[in-house]
Ligand binder design. Structure first.
Ligand code: NDP
Length: 240
């Protein structure tokens, strides 16, 4: 029987590419999203992949949303924690609300989704978690103390989850993308983006597909011995 995956933020950007790559790998996909109903509707009409609206920062909504997915499609085997937001500003200008929202969505969402799904994976002896971190969680970024902290937290969360899941056949890995050509990066001012691209050794932004293919591998049967890792997919921009 086909594996069932939930991709948070799975209806556009990197998440859309991940949903399609998993579907192409034979997985039954549920694409979660936060608020863009029109984009989600268009995505479902175009792909046939069911979309589910809930806020990943809301603990109960994640429990309810995952229960609905399981009722519709079957038990959840794969979770891709991709949903993310930015609320940039220097520390001096950043509000507590901007700090709190970014931590609750980007990092809190991973906890909420794991709480909703870990017990079932443990019971069935198989599971895959992939968290989408960021190069800015590895290296930091001016104007992003909230986002860098959340993404860095995701990398630590992943290693701890990997240790807890290992003996139950559950792996947990993170992908740390560099700058990928999506709406999120389109919001970066052109002059700032040009300076960023100049620092990428391969000389271009990444494509959402290049993240999606890495997710498809890490969630496959073949990747059972890979757990607790952070895979950098960044065109060589940051190596360590
Ligand atoms: P986009 O802004 O294009 O898409 C974000 C997705 O997350 C949307 O589907 C959005 O849903 C969903 N989302 C946002 N908040 C919530 C929420 N509270 N609950 C549920 N879903 C939510 O982002 P990208 O595709 O660019 O980024 C995807 C991930 O990759 C993020 O975690 C981002 O931090 C990370 N990343 C991106 C990089 C890049 O260069 N683009 C670089 C490094 C990391 P909706 O459509 O309803 O708004």
């Amino acid at each position: 029987m086909a594996r069932v995956a939930v991709v948070t933020g799975g209806t556009r950007g990197i998440g859309e590419a991940i949903s399609l790559a998993l579907r192409d790998a034979g997985v039954t996909v549920a694409a979660n999203y936060g608020g863009s109903d029109d984009k989600a509707r268009a995505f479902t009409e175009k792909t046939g992949i069911k979309s589910y609206k809930w806020n990943v920062a809301d603990h109960q909504a994640c429990l309810d949303g995952c229960a609905q997915v399981a009722a519709d499609l079957g038990p959840i085997d794969i979770v891709v924690n991709n949903a993310g937001i930015t609320r940039d500003g220097t520390l001096m200008k950043m509000s507590w609300e901007a700090w709190d929202e970014v931590i609750r969505v980007n990092l809190g969402g991973c906890f909420n989704m794991a709480k909703a799904t870990f017990a079932g994976m443990k019971e069935r002896g198989w599971g895959r978690y992939v968290q989408i971190g960021s190069i800015n969680g590895q290296a930091g970024q001016y104007g992003q103390v909230n986002y860098a902290a959340a993404k860095s937290g995701i990398h630590g969360f992943t290693k701890a989850l990997a240790q807890e899941g290992a003996r139950f056949g559950i792996t947990a890995n993170a992908i740390a993308p560099g700058y990928i050509d999506t709406d999120m990066v389109a919001a970066v001012p052109a002059d700032v983006l040009a300076k960023i691209v100049a620092k990428i050794p391969v000389g271009r932004l990444g494509q959402a597909n290049e993240i999606a293919r890495a997710v498809a591998f890490l969630t496959s049967e073949d990747a059972g011995f890979i757990t607790g890792s952070t895979m950098s997919v960044n065109g060589g921009q940051h190596m360590y």
